[in-house]
Design a protein around this ligand. Sequence first.
Ligand SMILES: Nc1ncnc2c1ncn2[C@@H]1O[C@H](COP(=O)(O)OP(=O)(O)OP(=O)(O)O)[C@@H](O)[C@H]1O
Ligand SMILES: [Mg+2]
Length: 384
Amino acid sequence: MTQAQDIATSPADIADESRQFTLLVNSLNDHALYLLDPEGIVRSWNRGAVKVKGYSAQEAIGSHFSRFYTPEDVEAGVPWRNLRTARARGHVAADGWRVRRDGTRFMASVVIEPIRGGGELLGYAKITRDITESHEAGLRLQEAQQALLQAQKMEAIGMLTLGLAHDFNKLLTVIVNSLDIIVGKNPDPRTARVVETAMRAADRGVLLTRQLLTFGRGQELASERLDINGVVRDSAPLLRRTASERIELRVDLAPAPLVADVDPSQLQAALLNLVANSRDAMPAGGRITVSTALVQVSAPDRPDEPPRWHVRASVEDDGEGIAPELQARVFEPFFTTKDVGRGSGLGLSQVFGFAAQSGGFARLESTPGQGTVVSIHLPACRST
Ligand SMILES: Nc1ncnc2c1ncn2[C@@H]1O[C@H](COP(=O)(O)OP(=O)(O)OP(=O)(O)O)[C@@H](O)[C@H]1O
Ligand SMILES: [Mg+2]
């Protein structure tokens, strides 16, 4: 077979039967089409192969086709296995990673067919197509579908939680009012103590319901337009106390003001929840960094929308991290890995609900053994 330069020069070429095959093979620009001998040595090389693999015909012809495979596949004997399978079954079709001349990898769709003459194996025909783009598009689609599913699940849990929280609020109001009436009647000391215990439990119930309301986005936000650097700066002493002495807490603020419409007490509560989580993930001590930044990003459940400006407040730790299979669950209300009485599983739900209700989102990145970053993104406002 001839090389890429030997392409049709006149209409007569098309009519010339001896030239037709070469013309056909070399006009397939996006398909590497070549012949191997029975040992796997490259014997021909078309124009598409130059484009797909990056080797010229001179470089490719005469070398073993295993050079197009990844070192891992070569180690595992994949090229030779493919030839054996093609010989035994008459056909191999598979997708896999291949390496271009410049060392970059691409996802290839590969077909290998044995060529026989008089019952004897003469070699193999090989067709390779670069399908990286469609492979990546497929992956992106899968990610988008997963993000959407996750968003729908959180939406459903949010609605359920909101309904529950409203009902509990009504019950708790009745309980608290009744206890108030008993206290007003000057009960004997023993009854007073019992009522006080009941009151404390009811107060805890009110707090829990408030957190559930936040997750279900039913909390009334008292939003103001302010610089979140200021909120973080004001919260720093409280965050330091929460972190405890064995942990170094750094505050790293963006140099310019970061203006957003935000409920400062909710933002402070969220930062507190995040710092408490980081502290719990580092029983032997470590470092927590609270930082702010202005970033241009798309919401995770709307990856196709153009990126927008957000102010971001992040809490990063170098603690134990979260296992990948748990990462999608940690924002759910009551999801906790902590012992009974140590965690109610509502910290990240508050972070999630508050960010979403403020028009933004929360994002978690975590590597087991290395650490975790949780970032609250709020739509940025132009500073006034
Ligand atoms: N920074 C972190 N590092 C490691 N694991 C974390 C981190 N933050 C959260 N987690 C995991 O996510 C779970 C849920 O966190 P969340 O804050 O919602 O609840 P909690 O801390 O268990 O309880 P609560 O916050 O209500 O006291 C935690 O139990 C923990 O397993
Ligand atoms: Mg927590």
